[in-house]
Design a protein around this ligand. Structure first.
Ligand SMILES: NC(=O)c1ccc[n+]([C@@H]2O[C@H](COP(=O)([O-])OP(=O)(O)OC[C@H]3O[C@@H](n4cnc5c(N)ncnc54)[C@H](O)[C@@H]3O)[C@@H](O)[C@H]2O)c1
Length: 345
């Protein structure tokens, strides 16, 4: 088991990769704990949950809304949970985002921890403390940054994931490799078969590398005033694609990464060979969706992007595999690039 510590001002969060998920019972306070999960996860794992109250949500992005937070807060109140309470999330990125947000606002903040059960949440969503819900079609508009006390990433839980959910997580893993870890990129490239067969030992290594990188970034810039922005590689276009086309987060980010890579190539930040390696890897894992959105559809969503300040957007470029930079780019230039790219296809 690997223990990765994330130190942010005044807080220490521990990510336990390779730990058995049911060891969570030993990490919980004795009383006033509630579990938040979703119906799929509770169907598969519920019989081994610690014997404490469980609130199970409808699976999927639809649950990421303010009404659900309000409903859960009422349930906490009815269950007599006070400021000494503890929220345990058992689930993927949706459940962790909801539980983290709830824990950060209920009675101005109570403790929380996660059992992270999807590849996407293990390699990305459950590290770093960001949480939130969507607002009328715009992703993660309401949220806070609050570190969970612990996160368990048990690679065995990934065996039960449906194929498209597993692949969706791979996209965020590839993102980490492109922006910060060339060795990880090489390893993913040469481990196609083992990745597809969900080799547990390899998955523990891949998750560890990804969490280590994200942990370093978050420890340096928890509030995303600088370095942390690089984690948004592929996300400017990705969020727009996710909301417009309704595809899973990872698939949308994968297509967003293609666009960000092409934009980086256009600016001569990346060589043709590296550009092709990145796109080929995404294609090999069948992560790409057709880019058929109009400039207007993309534009509307890019204008609401949280990375936008005034008429400019913090756009993440790759500077070759393993390196990224963030530059302020006028929104018009981002859209101009997209329109030209689409016309050429
Ligand atoms: N907070 C962050 O920093 C951050 C980062 C990236 C993504 N996100 C968010 O994460 C969300 C996506 O997360 P996700 O892809 O994990 O989605 P998810 O939580 O909806 O899980 C995907 C599906 O897998 C099921 N599932 C979960 N664990 C399972 C298991 N072990 N076996 C079988 N089925 C299982 C769920 O019920 C669901 O149907 C998005 O809302 C995105 O915005 C947050």
């Amino acid at each position: 088991m690997e223990k990765i510590t994330i130190n942010t001002p005044g807080f220490r969060s521990e990510i336990l990769v390779g730990e058995r998920w049911d060891a969570v019972a030993g990490l919980l306070p004795e009383k006033d704990v509630i579990i938040i999960t979703d119906d799929n996860v509770s169907r598969l794992y519920g019989d081994k949950f610690p014997k404490i109250p469980v609130f199970s949500l409808s699976p999927g992005e639809e649950s990421k809304k303010l009404e659900v937070i309000e409903y859960l807060a009422e349930q906490l109140l009815l269950a007599g949970i006070d400021r000494s309470g503890f929220v345990l999330a058992v689930g993927g990125g949706v459940v962790c985002d909801i539980a983290g947000f709830l824990a950060s606002v209920y009675m101005r903040g109570i403790r929380c921890g996660y059992v992270s059960s999807t590849l996407l949440s293990q390699v990305d969503a459950s590290t770093g403390g960001k949480n939130g819900v969507n607002l009328r079609g715009t992703k993660n508009m309401l949220g806070t940054i609050r570190q969970p006390e612990f996160v368990i990433c048990d690679p065995k839980m990934l065996q039960t994931l449906p194929e498209h959910e597993y692949l969706s997580g791979l996209a965020e893993l590839i993102k980490t490799a492109v922006i910060g870890d060339k060795e990880l990129f090489d390893l993913i490239e040469k481990s196609f078969e083992k990745i597809m067969s969900r080799d547990t030992d390899l998955l523990a290594i891949l998750v560890t590398k990804s969490v280590r990188f994200k942990g370093l970034v978050v420890s340096e810039d928890e509030k995303e005033t600088g370095l942390r922005r690089i984690l948004n590689f592929g996300h400017t276009f990705g969020h727009a694609i996710e909301m417009q086309k309704g595809v899973k987060h990872g698939f949308a980010v994968a297509s967003g990464m293609v666009l960000a890579t092409e934009f980086s190539f256009k600016r001569k930040y990346i060589s043709l060979v590296e550009k092709e390696r990145i796109i080929r890897l995404l294609e090999r894992f069948k992560l790409l969706t057709e880019l058929d959105l109009t400039g207007n559809q993309i534009g509307k969503l890019v204008l609401h992007d949280k990375k936008k300040t005034g008429t400019e957007i913090h756009f993440v470029f790759t500077q070759g595999i393993g390196k990224a930079i963030v530059e302020k780019v006028p929104v018009n230039e981002v859209l101009g690039f997209y329109n030209k790219f689409r016309d050429k296809k």
